[in-house]
Ligand binder design. Structure first.
Ligand code: SF4
Length: 314
């Protein structure tokens, strides 16, 4: 459904995304994970053609269900966005317009792409609000975003993304701003909707617990590159890139640590300005770094569908 190859995004002289490739199949959840600042959201915005003015996007291929998105005009891309490709943004309070009711915001997207009467669009909006677990949808339709809790606003965002029955849904950290119990409900909802509607889902998150629960395929990003990609079971059973190993080791697992025993974090932090992409971008933080890592870094295949960027062999 989505086939991205060699995606690069630069802001002036700085390249923030360097040769990202990923595929999301029909009915599959592909999780894009990594620390904040790794380029996950920029990757999603580049796929959607929503980069800020001044950003430069290049790629060998961005294909969506047989359509070459690189060849589409702004108008052509606008016809796909919101209809066949839905997007759920990170922060619902800033993504919903505070000056318009829930009804106006849901029906606008539907009528723009599908036409029809206001009454038909309102009927669909009410049905979808019910489907995403919002009680009293008639009442909610007449409310403004500030009258809703964070969880309800996120459910409204999901309903909006689904108004036109998309084939692909891109969800950028859809649970970050929510408390843990609400997060679980939203994730269950996304998983149920995906199974029911056969969606392809590209889910951006830094939460490995979320990945373990919902992903089929996982791509781990670091400093603008996908450093490891694998089916979810293989990634958790045989993490191969030192960054993936570090991410998994730094997750608290109940019963694994003794009382007072510290976690095992990855030293340092993601570079604020991406590296020059000569050699391995992780080498400043990697305990296995060797001189060859500063020169070049090969893409290796550990198993079919499981690849990683590193000098080390498993
Ligand atoms: Fe570490 Fe070298 Fe592998 Fe980079 S290429 S992750 S520095 S061992």
């Amino acid at each position: 459904m989505l086939d991205v190859a060699g995606l690069r995004v630069s802001f002036g002289a700085i390249e923030a995304v360097h040769g990202v490739s990923l595929r999301v199949r029909h009915g599959e959840t592909h999780c894009l994970v990594g620390e904040s600042g790794c380029g996950k959201s920029v990757t999603a915005l580049a796929i959607m053609g929503l980069l800020a003015r001044g950003a430069r996007r290049r790629a060998e291929r961005i294909g969506f269900d047989g359509t070459d998105l690189l060849a589409l005009s702004d108008r052509g891309m606008g016809r796909l966005r919101g209809s066949r490709i839905g997007m759920i943004f990170q922060e619902p309070m800033t993504s919903l317009n505070p000056a318009y009711t829930v009804s106006s915001q849901l029906t606008e997207v539907y009528r723009r792409h599908r036409g029809g009467t206001r009454a038909a669009a309102t009927e669909r909006a009410a049905a979808l609000l019910g489907r995403v677990g919002i009680s009293a949808p008639g009442l909610r339709l007449g409310q403004f975003p500030h009258q809703l809790s964070g969880g309800l606003r996120q459910r409204v965002m999901i309903a909006m993304a689904l108004m036109c029955d998309p084939d692909l849904l891109i969800a950028d950290e859809p649970t970050t701003a929510l408390d843990v119990t609400v997060q679980a409900g939203i994730l269950r909802l996304l998983a149920a909707l995906q199974a029911e509607m056969g969606l392809a889902l590209l889910l951006i998150t830094h939460d490995l617990g979320v990945v373990a629960r919902v992903a089929h395929q996982v791509s781990v990003m670091y400093a603008g590159e996908v450093v490891e990609s694998a089916p979810v079971a293989a990634l958790f059973a045989r993490p191969t890139h030192p960054y993936t190993q570090g991410l998994l080791a730094s997750v608290p697992v109940p019963g694994k640590l003794r009382r007072g025993q510290p976690l095992d974090p990855i030293p340092g932090s993601v570079p604020r300005i991406p590296p020059d992409f000569v050699g391995c971008g992780f080498r400043e933080r990697c305990r296995f770094a060797m001189p060859a890592c500063a020169v070049a870094v090969p893409l290796r295949e550990r198993a079919p569908g499981h690849s990683y960027l590193c000098q080390l062999t498993p």
